[in-house]
Design a protein around this ligand. Structure first.
Ligand code: MN
Length: 721
């Protein structure tokens, strides 16, 4: 059995000693002796096949030896040290890496899944060969999946479809990607899969004859012009056909290009020569020509693609590439692996696999696993759009990206200073969706004061969103703290609790620690910039509550309501307003103008909801005057203990420390802030709105006068809404 593997290796690698392979095989054979696979085969067949898959990728002997040994530490009595003593540190390190990945339990739980992916990326950073062995391991397990119980089959298949195949794709290893996808499809959608296999088989002969005649014609013409070429018909994978039918909502009979024609030549010049011949023989379908030679995919894939109308009117796809490109397209990163001792494994790929480097950066930056998962889902699994910088560099972004994504992809500094964008020389809005081939120019301004929160909605990639959030996190700390506090309090109310009961400072501290944050301030701030949702925090706060009061979940609401009641009662009891001639009437303060004691007010008799109190200068006053019969005189009673909501808007030139000064004044006046929001206009004016709890108009006017003295404040007024 071993000789077959050795023959395979010696075909592409005759310079390295084969001894290590022989020793590894002997060691693994002995270690796994007596163990069986689910299929009933000896266990050694598995590592042996894994080694074969690695040899098919033309990998080096160290990697293949590690592949043979990959399950020894996990499943036998031998340890890391045994491997190290016998085979040295490099092989032991690779086996150890695979063993650690093997411990990842597949789970549908999002957070766990994200954690697994994160570990996978860390493994890639350490040595990409760990991932190559893992991919080979998974591929062989998929090939032998039929021996597993049905539940495991589905789990393994979806994990393969969701994680391993996309990683193989991103590493450019198309041979493994295709086989994984087809195998996974077989277990995920068995009915559709076998139908498809059946239909393809029925059409095969007719199809092959057709393609063969096409190839014959091509071969003659290409030979005539003196280009050395290998031409073959390449059946498309079942999954790619399935996906096409699904995505374009087509029936099987509507899918024509079940087979692609592939032309492999010696030089790039010959690629374009061959393309010319294809296009003179058959008519190309407009819009289907893609030049991945000039514009390689991020996984280094290069080829010319074109779809032409064949002799009988049926379209077929032609792929043209050099042998070098062919190798890259089949083996991806494995084809470019250079084994230089003592070299950081990633540096070689820095240029070519920028996405990988980026993922690794992100997994350092993004502490929240859920956020990391989202980033991966969007940036690893989706289709891309390719656009150009004004200098002609290609930038790849997720489909539906906007100029903002482009700006942040170039550099966060560009993003933060972005004020506009030009596409192909024309100014566009920042929510423009980038198209393939667009030339994107970002207009920046040194005066730009950072991103706008609205950009979080416009940006497509999570990379961008993270960068924007980071900016807010850093630059707008004080604002975030306030904002986060408000969001939390609002969420508490929405859940029907009183904030004084649930948001206990000591619990907030505990919860902050649970989110690995340093302080309660940081916790507020995270909620403020959107790193944590208010709901996430509330859930943890409830846990604390449960711990202290030892109550079940369902009892919490009742419990909290009980505690809350006195507070509500107090608010209802004294409104502070007397309605002329009527006692005991229901009073509401109109939201449109939020009157406070001291304001000139009038009452409006509503239909069934008592009397609403408006300011005489209420923006809606004119409407009410249309119905004079409903108006009623009201006056403030002398002693009012209650508090009233007042809206105040402040316009100011944005500067650091502004918010702190404003909130300090509010605090010193012993006034509560009920809600708060702020935004920056295009001309960099800060508009800050508060809803303040005040006692009377005198107190409010005093406060407004104090605000007006703050440096940079342009205007302060009671807002209408
Ligand atoms: Mn294994």
């Amino acid at each position: 059995m071993l000789q077959k593997l050795i023959d395979k290796i010696e075909k592409y690698n005759s310079s390295d000693s084969i001894t290590v392979i022989k020793n590894a095989y002997e060691f693994a054979y002995k270690a796994h002796n007596g163990q069986k696979r689910q299929s009933g085969d000896d266990y050694i067949t598995h590592p042996y096949e894994v080694a074969n898959i690695l040899a098919d990728l033309n990998l080096d002997n160290v990697t293949i030896a590690a592949g043979i040994l990959h399950d020894v530490v996990e499943d036998t009595i031998y340890t890391y040290d045994d491997i190290k003593d016998e085979f040295g540190e490099e092989i032991a390190m690779l086996v150890d890496g695979v063993t650690k990945l093997g411990k990842l339990e597949y789970t549908t739980k999002e957070e766990q899944q994200a954690e697994n992916l994160r570990k996978m990326f860390i493994a890639m950073a350490k040595d990409i060969r760990v991932i190559l062995i893992k991919l080979a391991d998974r591929l062989h397990n998929m090939r032998t999946l039929k021996y597993m119980p049905e539940k495991n089959q589905r789990e393994k298949a979806s994990e393969t479809m969701e994680i391993y195949a996309p990683i193989a794709h991103r590493l450019g290893i198309s041979t493994i990607k295709w086989e994984m996808e087809d195998l996974a499809l077989r277990y995920l959608e068995p009915k559709e899969y076998y139908e498809l296999v059946d239909k393809v088989a029925k059409k095969r002969q007719e199809r092959e004859e057709y393609i063969n005649s096409v190839i014959e014609q091509l071969r003659e013409r290409i030979h005539d012009v003196g280009i050395e070429a290998h031409i073959e018909g390449r059946p498309k994978s079942f999954y790619s056909i399935y996906r096409k039918m699904f995505k374009q909502n087509k029936s099987f009979d509507q899918i024509f290009d079940l087979t692609a024609v592939r032309i492999i030549v010696e030089t790039v010049k010959d690629c374009y020569g061959a393309l010319g011949i294809v296009h003179t023989l058959w008519k190309p379908i407009p819009g289907r020509f893609k030049d991945y030679i000039a514009m390689p995919k991020p996984n280094m894939y290069q080829s010319l693609h074109t779809t032409v109308i064949g002799p009988d009117g049926q379209p077929f796809e032609v792929q043209i590439r050099t042998w070098e490109m062919h190798r890259t397209s089949e083996f991806g990163i494995a084809a470019h692996w250079k084994y230089k001792e003592g070299k950081d494994s990633l540096t070689d790929f820095d240029e070519k696999f920028t996405w990988l480097r980026q993922m690794l950066e992100w997994q350092n930056e993004i502490k929240d696993t859920r956020e990391f998962m989202e980033t991966l889902k969007i940036d690893l699994l989706v289709d891309e759009v390719y656009v150009f910088t004004p200098k002609g560099d290609v930038i790849d972004l997720p489909v539906d990206s906007t100029p903002i994504d482009f700006a942040y992809k170039i550099h966060s500094h560009i993003g933060n200073k972005c004020v506009g964008a030009k596409i192909n020389g024309r100014i566009v809005t920042l929510d423009y969706k980038l198209q393939n081939g667009d030339i994107v120019e970002i207009i920046t301004s040194a005066n730009a004061n950072g991103p706008s929160r609205d950009w979080l909605k416009i940006a497509k990639s999570n990379h961008t969103k993270n960068k924007i959030r980071q900016w807010f996190k850093k630059e707008k700390k004080e604002e975030n703290v306030l904002k986060g506090r408000e969001l939390l309090e609002r969420e508490v109310k929405r859940h029907g609790y009183a904030s004084s009961i649930l948001l206990k400072p000591e619990w907030l501290e505990t919860v902050a620690k649970k989110f690995s944050l340093h302080s309660v301030e940081d916790l507020y701030s995270s909620v403020g910039y959107g790193g944590l949702s208010a709901n996430q925090v509330i859930l943890r706060m409830k846990e604390e509550y449960k711990k202290v009061f030892k109550v079940e979940d369902k009892d919490i609401v009742a419990e909290l309501e009980k505690l809350q009641k006195p507070e509500i009662k107090k608010k209802i009891s004294s409104t502070g307003v007397k309605v002329k001639g009527i006692d005991n009437v229901m009073i509401r303060f109109a939201r449109c103008c939020n009157p406070v004691p001291g304001d000139e007010v009038f009452g409006y008799i509503t239909k069934g909801r008592g009397v609403s109190i408006h300011r005489k200068n209420c923006p809606n006053a004119n409407e009410f005057l249309q119905e004079p019969e409903r108006l009623i005189e009201v006056e403030w009673s002398e002693a009012t203990k209650s508090s009233y909501n007042a809206d105040v808007e402040i316009r100011a030139y944005d500067r650091k420390g502004l918010l702190v000064e404003i909130t300090t004044i509010i605090d010193e006046s012993k006034i509560n802030i009920n809600s708060f929001s702020s935004r920056t206009t295009k001309d960099r004016m800060a508009i800050i709105s508060f809803v303040l709890e005040i006692h009377d108009v005198e107190q409010l006017n005093k406060l407004i006068r104090k605000f007006k003295k703050i440096e940079g404040i342009v205007d302060v007024f009671r807002s209408k809404q």
